[in-house]
Design a protein around this ligand. Structure first.
Ligand SMILES: *Cc1c(COP(=O)(O)O)cnc(C)c1O
Length: 266
């Protein structure tokens, strides 16, 4: 969308965001992130209503999640299934709180996701699609899913290679409990904005190319891309979902390498 832009990453703030400890902190952080979203939309000539903010609560304790809820959050993103499932179990009193699993899933944990999640953003194999569909049919549930694509060409990163996505999409209509919404990616973790931007452009171009020929029932409207350090660039390139953790909850104590295979050592 934007040929060249001065928008920089904020990766220099990674690990330094202050902890949110009160409802007011959460309200303040959410408003600040929303203001950054609005400005990025303005630059790109987009309607801010076309971008959904998904707060990411991984590593944070139940008390923090409850404050985020009190500040208005109704869907939370978690990278690890077991952690998400535990949080769901203890927070079932918040009946309108929904869960989005945004991290790699092993087949043997599909059962857990099928039980409680509303959204799964890291679909990258037919084995997982099949396991999820089977369990969802049993539970009488369905699930919004995003296909994760590796746009940074880092061997250790999860997600399908871009060239494998077309055939993968063709196979998904067989799994009727999965509602395919779009594509998801993690950009290169780099302070070089242009290299980060290239990952987002790749995802958007892939989506645009595949949209026409997508099988019936396979939606490709959504692009989940961008996190605390790079979501403005992602929005300039078409993100419809941004996954933001630290800028809302505060820095994490757990190193990112626990969640991302190629995360920088901190
Ligand atoms: C943790 C995580 C995020 C959010 O990262 P922040 O730097 O906290 O904004 C986004 N996407 C995925 C897949 C994550 O695991």
């Amino acid at each position: 969308m934007i040929e060249s832009s001065d928008t920089q990453t904020h990766h220099d703030r990674h690990g330094r965001y202050p902890q949110a400890t009160t409802v007011e902190d959460f309200r303040h952080n959410l408003a600040a992130v929303q203001a950054r979203i609005d400005r990025a939309c303005q630059r790109a000539g987009r309607d801010p209503a076309s971008v959904r903010l998904l707060p990411v609560s991984k590593t944070k304790p139940e008390a923090s999640l409850r404050l985020a809820y009190a500040a208005g959050c109704r869907m939370l993103g978690e990278n690890k299934v077991q952690e998400a499932h535990q949080k769901w179990q203890v927070m079932q009193d918040l009946t309108d709180l929904q869960w989005s699993v945004i991290g790699h899933l092993q087949t043997n944990k599909a059962k857990l996701v099928a039980r409680f999640a509303s959204e799964f953003q890291a679909l990258d194999s037919l084995r997982v699609a099949e396991a999820l569909d089977r369990r969802l049919q049993i539970e009488g549930r369905s699930l919004d899913v995003f296909v994760q694509v590796n746009t940074s060409d880092e061997a250790s990163k999860y997600g399908l290679s871009p060239e494998d996505v077309p055939a993968f999409l063709q196979a998904l209509p067989a799994f009727s409990a999965l509602r395919v919404r779009g594509l998801m990616t993690l950009a290169l973790f780099s302070s070089e904005a242009e290299r980060v931007r290239r990952c987002f452009v790749l995802l958007r171009n892939l989506r645009d190319r595949l949209r026409q020929g997508a099988p019936v029932g396979i939606g490709l409207d959504e692009l989940s891309m961008g996190m605390s350090g790079d979501f403005e660039i992602a929005i300039e390139e078409g993100a419809t979902v941004v996954r933001v953790g630290q800028a809302i909850f505060g820095a994490r104590a757990t190193p990112d390498s626990h969640y991302w295979p190629t995360a920088p050592e901190q």
